[in-house]
Design a protein around this ligand. Sequence first.
Ligand SMILES: [Zn+2]
Length: 161
Amino acid sequence: MKPSILAAIILSPLLAFCQQPNKQNQMKDKAFPVQKSEKEWKEILDSDQFRVLRLKGTERPHTSEYNMHYEDGIYSCAGCKAPLFASDSKFDAHCGWPSFDKPVSDTVVVEVPDNSHGMRRTEILCANCGGHLGHVFPDGPKETTGMRYCINGVALDFEDR
Ligand SMILES: [Zn+2]
């Protein structure tokens, strides 16, 4: 057998594997440091938190205590307590959800393409537990990052400083 044919036989399944661009695979491969069963999450989250963080739900706009909240402090993940957003990156986007122009660092959140509901959006997950936080949009304040991290308030805890 010619070496080139052999290479094609060996490589083609590998290529096919590498080219599967689907979110399902990424999510399965991605091992978040904090892993809990559904039962364990239900023990530490209330029903609204569970629906948003674990089932990718969205809270009703203008319902979060953190929407119009401008105390000085740090917003952390309600699921695993990882620090996510600082109060000095919070701004009023008039959208009904707490909005930030950046996370505390690039490593605390994970961005995932989300084409559900007929929209092309970028979902934001907690990098520590994989909890769904919200979405990021490129319509934030131009004078800073230009990004708007639109976050469900129930997915956040707040600690003042
Ligand atoms: Zn988390």
